[in-house]
Design a protein around this ligand. Structure first.
Ligand SMILES: [Zn+2]
Length: 275
């Protein structure tokens, strides 16, 4: 089974603005800067297989508990947002979720501190965690008699200086796109799942279930399990929007919990806007 995902231009705008805001702007109730954020994704799902979805709307979880290494959302929000969306008709099908992975320079990754964008790539910090995968359980939509869901991560890392030389080519990983925004690197990663009854899984699917570290033995009594399937997404809008984009510079002052943005034009006139 394969999944093909599309994102509209306005969804890309909303995802990038939400992800960058949570990364550089300290929230009043938060003790730290660069926190995770979370959104539900809605749009159009083709009625026939293979799975094809277009994400057309997002709903940011403003009530989420946002921390550096986690984001916590309430079930009540999922329950009502999903039903509310259904009132809006065809292009408001529930598709899945997005959350961010904010990484700061010098942060410990579990295999050493992250100093460069290259290390984010090498350790594939844009991948889902086992906890991310577990969140997919029981959250799916149907196409015919089969059930699916989609998880998207947006990973951010502020480099010392702008460098777009190593942006991933589109072919390398069909479900990953790396873009450069000034000195900020952003990775879009998408993983679709087919939810299959646990007693009907093939050996291959059981193996795939372990892709993000979950152990089948611990979950085999669950009714249905989310099995990762081949996923690709259309990168045309991302390419057209961000290719060779001129942009300013973000700096993150962790000691003072402050993020600054030096606008592209201001960088030339030495004007600096503070919050
Ligand atoms: Zn995650």
């Amino acid at each position: 089974m394969q999944a093909e995902i599309k994102l509209t231009k306005s969804v890309i705008f909303e995802l990038v603005t939400a992800a960058v805001e949570a990364y550089v702007v300290k929230h009043d109730y938060s003790r730290t800067i660069a926190v995770e954020t979370f959104a539900y994704l809605f749009g159009k799902v083709n009625k026939k297989l293979p799975l094809k979805c277009t994400i057309e709307h997002i709903s940011i979880e403003t009530s989420a508990k946002k921390r550096r290494g986690s984001v916590e959302v309430k079930k009540v929000s999922y329950d009502f947002k999903r039903e509310l969306a259904s009132l809006f008709g065809d292009s408001f099908d529930y598709i899945g979720t997005m959350h961010t992975h904010p990484w700061l320079k010098g942060e410990e990754s579990g295999s050493g501190p992250i100093e460069t964008a290259e290390q984010v790539r090498r350790h594939q910090l844009f991948l889902l965690s086992d906890a991310d995968h577990k969140c997919e359980v029981n959250r799916h939509f149907s196409v015919g008699k089969r059930d699916f869901s989609l998880a998207c991560t947006v990973t951010l890392f502020a480099m010392q200086r702008a460098n777009d030389r190593k942006d991933y080519s589109s072919d390398e990983m069909p479900n990953l796109y790396e873009l450069t925004l000034g000195n900020l690197k952003i990775w879009f990663y998408m993983q679709a799942f087919e939810h299959i009854k646990s007693d009907q899984l093939t050996d291959e699917q059981i193996k795939l279930f372990g892709k993000y570290g979950l152990e089948y033995q611990k979950y085999k009594k669950f009714e249905k399990l989310p099995i990762p399937i081949d996923t690709s997404f259309d990168k045309t809008e991302l390419l057209q929007t961000f290719i060779a984009a001129g942009f300013g510079r973000f700096s993150i002052d962790e000691d003072n919990n402050q993020g600054l943005y030096l606008q592209k034009a201001s960088a030339e006139t030495r004007l600096q806007y503070k919050d």
